[in-house]
Design a binder for this molecule. Sequence first.
Ligand SMILES: Nc1ncnc2c1ncn2[C@@H]1O[C@H](COP(=O)(O)OP(=O)(O)O)[C@@H](O)[C@H]1O
Ligand SMILES: [Mg+2]
Length: 394
Amino acid sequence: MQRDSSLSGLLSALNPHQLEAVTHGDGPLLVLAGAGSGKTRVLTHRIAWLVLEGRAEPGEILALTFTNKAAREMSMRVEELLGGSLKGAWVGTFHSIALRILRRHGSLLPVGPDFTVYDALDQKRLAKEVAKELSIDSKKIKPQALLAAVSRMKDDGLREGDIDPPGDTSSQYARALYKFYILYQKRLRQAAALDFGDLLVALLELFDRNPEIADTYGRRFKYLLVDEYQDTNRVQYLFAKKLSEVWGNITVVGDDDQSIYGWRGANIRNILDFEGTFPGTSVVRLEQNYRSTKPILNAASSVIAKNKGRHVKTLWTEREGGDPVVLNAADSEGEEAQWIGERIMDLTATGYRLGEIAVLYRTHALSRPIEDELIQRGIEYAIFGGLRFYERQE
Ligand SMILES: Nc1ncnc2c1ncn2[C@@H]1O[C@H](COP(=O)(O)OP(=O)(O)O)[C@@H](O)[C@H]1O
Ligand SMILES: [Mg+2]
């Protein structure tokens, strides 16, 4: 009785396409949708549905998110829906799940069981040391850039040994990068450390060398679900593929129009090629948007329509009204800032709170004139940093 009522309550909160995705039986499922169309909602409801329907014990579920905050929210939300505990399920970021498995099998790792994990600061410090040791001129080639290139290669699954040694005709940069990668890894080994990008690579190696371990996890996790699939990189894709091999029950949700992590190795092909990689995939499109009004959606759609390599989707919303989108071409950054300042004053005069207003800009270098303008007008504001904006409160 209890179970039936929570099931019908669960399903009544969904639109027909969301319902289809949530109650999809077995086999691979690709949910394609724009921002604000309920992708994460589909995942939380699907996890709850799998448990309430008795298709899986919590311990047979693995859900992968992009930030720790998103993982915590997902667990909490599912427990609310279940009206009970999700204990035993693994809900976490790719990195945290990889780390968890690596820790359990530490004695089988080349780095040993007591490895430490280098965070961004440790990595930066080591990168500087290594560049210095190699006498790389940091004015010409920044250690940070070499580090980023190395991380990128790891995200693509390229180890130091996979890279061809540079020849006589190679650029100075290619030679520096090669030497850097090798020494950087050597220093990590000496410190018995893995950096962030190493975690998934090390895990895939563990699985390769010990197929029975991969098999144990593959068997355990009957259902694997991935949020923000458009932002996965190659090693994350390989990990998800490996763990879903036994049951084939992989559900991913994503938007091929909003990959924000291209610069750090996200591979949009993962989502575009999903149907080819996972035979028998069912595809569900969520096209109803719950966040934005029509004018905003129309403007966004006409820009997105020009993206190359995308699945076609048509977004719509029931949210009537809303002001049209205004395009203002200013002659200088000062004028642009002034215009922004005036708009904010207009908005607050008509009753909007400052907390409801956001100013987006492309890079931090552009914030200066805007900040000057806001300060001059006595408008209070808070700045959010790029990465930190997405990973804040972690
Ligand atoms: N069927 C629905 N009925 C009412 N609100 C919904 C529905 N689906 C999604 N929403 C709301 O839309 C917003 C965006 O949902 P979310 O799952 O975060 O979308 P996405 O992950 O696609 O960006 C949330 O506030 C969510 O509660
Ligand atoms: Mg989401």
